[in-house]
Design a protein around this ligand. Sequence first.
Ligand code: PGA
Length: 253
Amino acid sequence: MAKKIVAGNWKMNKNLQEGIELAKELNEALTADKPNCGVIICTPFIHLAKVSEIINHNVINLGAENCADKEVGAFTGEVSAEMVKSTGAEYVILGHSERREYYNETPEILKEKVDIALANGLQVIFCIGESLAQREANEQNAVVKAELEGSVFHLTEEQFKNIVIAYEPIWAIGTGKTATAEQAEEIHAYIRSVVAEKYGKAVADETSILYGGSCKASNAPELFAKPNIDGGLIGGASLKTADFKGIIDAWKK
Ligand code: PGA
């Protein structure tokens, strides 16, 4: 069985003080009422070191939202996977559609980032998902398969075990428009079958496949009840403790 996970993606929200406050609140809430799933918060780079000291890593894991496609050196403004790891973070999100679209991150660049992140001991939350036009043209399966082939299917089986997949239909991100639980389950099952073709059924069954895109406490129980949905990658609803905890608690229903 794949590990159940609820991961937050703060994106470019919260200044340092606000981020510390949110991490403290969440840590207190989840220490008092232990989650039934893995919980990860992915924060802007500048928050990582402080937040890492605040949280109990037995209850909440920490991740970055990105890392550089180079190991080290003269790359002004970039943050390396090794630097991320040195803060105490355990994860990094790669392949988010916002990075692919606004920062021109190609499958080749993402492949480099994945390799460097894994080499530095980070686990990768690798995002895939189709646009509205691709969904309307019924190309979603081909799109997600190509995204996996382009950036993670070169990995060995041992390396691939450090990949969490997040399926995030672009048309559902931040739009309030969620994929129905049936739509999500259908493509999650397909994604698992593609992983099984590549790495075998045992690895596929152990791979966590998260849903992302306007996931909130009200729709999480229905989504998480599906056999191939192992949790969520949460944007907007990860910015308030009550909202995020409401989604985490969906695993208790
Ligand atoms: P959202 O974002 O929950 O705000 O739709 C999800 C994501 O982009 O990871």
